[in-house]
Write a protein that binds this ligand. Sequence first.
Ligand code: ADP
Ligand code: MG
Length: 240
Amino acid sequence: MIDVEHLSKAFGSHLVLDDITEHIDQGEKVVIIGPSGSGKSTFLRCLNLLENPTKGKIIFEGTVVNDRKTDINAVRRQMGMVFQHFNLFPNMTIRRNITLAPVQTKLMSQEEADKTAMALLDRVGLKDRAESYPAQLSGGQKQRIAIVRALAMKPKLMLFDEPTSALDPEMVGEVLEVMKELAHEGMTMVVVTHEMGFAREVGTRVLFMDGGKILEQNTPQEFFANPREQRTIDFLSKVL
Ligand code: ADP
Ligand code: MG
């Protein structure tokens, strides 16, 4: 589904991603872990061109995402993204938050989008909050809405950047639960997280990033049982 070829990203003279080549297949649940500042968010943001790569190519289903001729909006519509801080529109109801993009991009009529929104809200147990505003919801509810909003565009791939890091501990579970369901339904997912339980349980592959490189990767089982690199071992000793 995605081919990353020799991806580098520099901010000024600071090389943040250093020649990353990686392949993500349809249906994979790739979990990215690593210390703060290692380039995890930048890597994710390069996949949908929220950051413009300095070098290399991102290829999504055969289309070079970072080619000037590519309709980036058409590509982005197929990649849902969920952020640490939800990024809901505060001045719009939950229903509007969810239906805005599908209607504006003409993917759906307002009526279809409303129906889709209600069905998705029902799935995450928040149907009764359709006419609420984001400020009236808890962090866990807001994040479930952010996931639903991304799903309303019927993406082929979902990117998650530390979706539970800003939540109070008692709300982490309800968000991970929604992500687990999505995984079981076959969604292709790339998830940056510090939730090692989720990585073990849901991940099909774990990538460990350090210093702008993917230092090590493996199946979760192998990765946690037999980390190879000293820096991976050091990191795991801090988070496990
Ligand atoms: P992580 O998500 O692993 O914590 P990031 O990808 O956010 O790491 O950041 C990697 C490095 O790139 C950090 O040193 C960060 O300060 C730097 N960085 C990220 N975004 C920008 C930016 N827009 N401008 C300058 N430096 C940035
Ligand atoms: Mg980050």
